[in-house]
Design a protein around this ligand. Structure first.
Ligand SMILES: NC(=O)c1ccc[n+]([C@@H]2O[C@H](COP(=O)([O-])OP(=O)(O)OC[C@H]3O[C@@H](n4cnc5c(N)ncnc54)[C@H](OP(=O)(O)O)[C@@H]3O)[C@@H](O)[C@H]2O)c1
Length: 445
């Protein structure tokens, strides 16, 4: 059929092409526009990973696996048979249970789980890490994928984590710092023939961030609500410095079997994507912004990558064998190593100082939060204890409880009575047998 058609065009001329008149009229305008749009779409899709790796049975911890880029990555790894442990803010959530069930069905992989680890709480991260490490023999771990992030839209006030740190720095930087440094023993102990890869999502906004050693966590400076990307960028920049220092610490660690370090920590910049966080940023978290975002959707569709396109550099970081042959701490973008990075990354002393300073700050924050928790727990416990003591239906287990219950009984009679009153004491207090019976009767009623 196409051959017949092409033959007739060749011998009879282009007028045999359907709508030839319209094509002649509008073609010179429409065709270049169409070609330009197609070229733009092709350009913005970014590079595609070409490496393959058998993921069957490999174990990955993933942060941010419930949305956007993280969701796309766990779908890919899940489909390839990897065991995935998603770290989520909470696990007692019907939506999450359904999400995990759905992901298991879609990937045809029952080895997808969720564990509670709220990156906005250093204590929650510590609880998860402790339970992860508390295992003999040590658990298999082939890598950690850090995709979770908080990105506060423009115009919103400063938000803080459970530990009182600015939220973007707290979740994006401190949460991941705490997680990776606490589970470091698990990374270091993996057998030497295993490729262990830590992949950390970064962002071009790190170019807008700044390392202020006097105020690392943006605690003293005014929060720039009209330019929150500065704080977000700072969180990603600090995360980058952390990755460099963490990698060099892993490299200098001497394994008991004297084999070289088999852990690589790399940064991945996925480019700009049509993800929930991008939608929130562009719509500035408002309904009007969302309407505008929807109206302008063709532009976003053209210029922003899909989740799968954005995930390609992550697949490269997880699959490419050559990344295990070079030192880690590199920045990956468009499925290749990006050499144009912030100059701070090559300042080893700065990376070290920032790492150590953060360690100290985390210690202080954890101590402060522990005291706060203790106070709250004590208050709660005191209330619970008091209720138990006052409740006459609960059998007393200590003399203290017995005394409290007698006090409650006495106060209900309204008179001061000895513990075991005799007739005269009862008479003196005005309690007669008849009114005791009445009290008993009214209780029964
Ligand atoms: N989108 C882009 O254009 C772009 C560009 C460059 C880099 N990146 C980076 O790519 C990564 C993924 O971005 P995205 O756009 O896909 O983000 P997203 O859709 O907003 O997803 C963020 C994820 O982080 C999780 N999260 C947030 N706070 C958390 C906490 N306290 N504890 C545990 N998990 C928490 C969220 O969990 P919930 O489901 O519970 O909210 C969610 O799964 C981020 O690191 C981002 O910086 C994105």
């Amino acid at each position: 059929m196409p051959v017949n058609f092409l033959t007739s065009v060749f011998f009879e001329g282009p007028q045999v092409i359907p709508y030839w008149e319209q094509i002649k009229e509008y073609g010179p305008t429409v065709i270049p526009i169409g070609v330009s749009l197609a070229a733009l779409k092709y350009y913005f899709r970014g590079s595609t990973n070409t490496w393959e790796r058998d993921m069957h049975g490999k174990v990955f911890i993933v942060t941010g696996g419930t949305s956007g880029l993280g969701q796309q990555i766990i779908y890919e790894l899940g489909t390839r048979g990897a065991q995935l442990i998603l770290l989520t803010r909470r696990t007692n959530d019907a939506w999450l249970a359904e999400y995990i069930e759905d992901m298991r069905d879609r990937c045809n992989n029952p080895l997808i789980f969720a564990e509670e680890c709220d990156l906005a709480s250093l204590y929650s991260v510590r609880k998860f890490a402790t339970s992860w490490l508390d295992n003999t023999p040590p658990r298999r771990l082939d890598g950690v994928i850090c995709c979770a992030a908080e990105c506060i839209p423009r115009g919103k006030p400063r938000q803080i984590t459970t530990d009182g740190v600015e939220r973007q720095i707290g979740v994006n930087y401190l949460g991941h710092y705490q997680l990776l440094t606490l589970i470091a023993p698990s990374l270091r102990v993996q057998p030497p023939d295993r490729d262990v890869r830590v992949v950390i999502a970064t962002c071009s906004s790190q170019n807008l961030g700044d390392v202020d050693e006097q105020d690392l966590l943006w605690d003293k400076k005014r929060y720039p609500s009209t330019q929150p990307w500065k704080v977000y960028g700072t969180s990603k920049l600090l995360l980058g410095l952390f990755a460099r220092e963490f990698q060099s610490q892993l490299m200098t660690y001497e394994r008991k079997d004297l084999t070289p370090c088999n852990v690589r920590v790399n940064l991945v910049n996925p480019g700009l994507l049509r993800s929930p966080s991008m939608r929130r940023t562009l719509s500035m978290g408002t309904v009007w912004g969302l309407i505008l975002y929807l109206l302008m959707y063709p532009i976003w569709w053209l210029c922003l990558k899909s989740l799968n396109q954005g995930a390609q550099s992550f697949y490269f970081a997880l699959f490419a064998p050559m990344l295990m042959k070079i030192d880690g701490g590199v920045s990956i973008q468009e499925c290749k190593i990006n050499t144009k990075v912030r100059k701070e990354y090559s300042d080893e002393e700065l990376c070290k100082r920032v790492f150590e300073q953060t360690e100290k700050l985390i210690k202080e924050l954890e101590t402060r939060s522990a005291i706060e928790r203790k106070k709250n727990t004590t208050k709660e416990e005191q209330e619970k204890e008091g209720k138990k003591k006052r409740d006459l239906a609960v059998k007393p287990t200590t003399t203290d409880e017995l005394q409290s219950k007698l006090d409650v009984l006495r106060s209900s009679i309204g008179k001061e009575l000895p513990l075991f009153p005799d007739e005269s004491a009862l008479k003196a207090s005005g309690v007669t047998k008849s009114n005791v019976k009445k009290r008993g009767g009214s209780k029964k009623a």
